[in-house]
Design a protein around this ligand. Structure first.
Ligand code: DX5
Ligand code: ZN
Length: 230
């Protein structure tokens, strides 16, 4: 999968987060986001240790992999991600991002993901400074900036993160890189314009998409809003 090409072609991507979907009617919801123009499917993997919640894992990737053409964007909120990243790539993840706070060896983890054949992303909690990843930026395909504390959908956007996105855009430019910037948490109609203006290129939205009455038209609306905000 060519993530950079997808970003260049579309300007900004929408990655609905299945965490907020109703698993009873997951197939309908996935078809709705496909028709609505979503670009990726965001999957939040939580271990109950790194974050105070437990969510999904390999069985869900197995269920989705052969049945949707949308690339799977896996966000690992687990301790010691090095233990599982290869398995997630084998299970069909096209992008694997891990929390940098959850490993002593982020450089090694990036290498493992890329070696296994997926795009590699580093995730920063709202309280983690950019300096934590600055020297690894060359190695990463993507940086995911959390705009809520990870663990749950439906939380309020933390607006101080906007400065961090802008600083990351400058850092990427200054280094002459093309690292993709994803933002996750509290994104919807009222927050999308400002994160896109700050420089976000991939937008994760859970409750805004799957909490809507009409998932397809909500997806389309947010995709269009994101493009108009460029
Ligand atoms: C939170 C997850 C998010 C979550 C976002 O830990 O990483 O992906 O699904 O949900 P909303 O869009 O509802 O804030
Ligand atoms: Zn996420």
């Amino acid at each position: 999968m060519n993530l950079l090409k997808l970003v260049k072609e579309n300007g900004v991507l929408l990655a609905p987060s299945v965490l907020s979907a109703d698993l009873w009617r997951l197939e309908d919801d996935i078809r709705s986001i496909e028709r609505g123009g979503a670009h990726l499917i965001h999957l939040d993997v939580m271990d109950g240790v790194f974050v105070p919640n437990i969510s999904m894992g390999f069985p869900l990737l197995d269920a989705l992999r052969e049945r949707t053409s949308l690339p799977l964007d896996v966000h690992l909120m687990i301790v010691e991600p090095e233990r599982y990243v290869e398995r997630f790539v084998k299970a069909g993840a096209e992008i694997v991002s891990f929390q940098v706070e959850a490993t002593y060896h982020p450089h090694r983890v990036l290498g493992m993901i890329k070696e296994a054949g997926a795009k590699a992303g580093m995730v920063l909690n709202p309280g983690t400074p950019l300096s934590a990843i600055e020297h690894l930026l060359e190695e990463a395909d993507m940086v995911l900036v959390m705009s809520v504390n990870p663990g749950f959908g439906g939380q309020r956007f933390i607006s101080s993160v906007l400065n961090k996105i802008e600083a990351l855009v400058s850092l990427v430019k200054q280094k002459g890189l093309s690292t993709v910037i994803e933002v996750d948490g509290g994104l919807g109609e009222s927050t999308i314009p400002s994160v896109v203006k700050a420089g976000a290129q991939v937008l994760v939205a859970g409750s805004a998409v799957f909490g809507a009455e009409d998932v397809e038209s909500e997806t389309r609306k947010l995709v269009n809003l994101a493009k108009l905000s460029l």
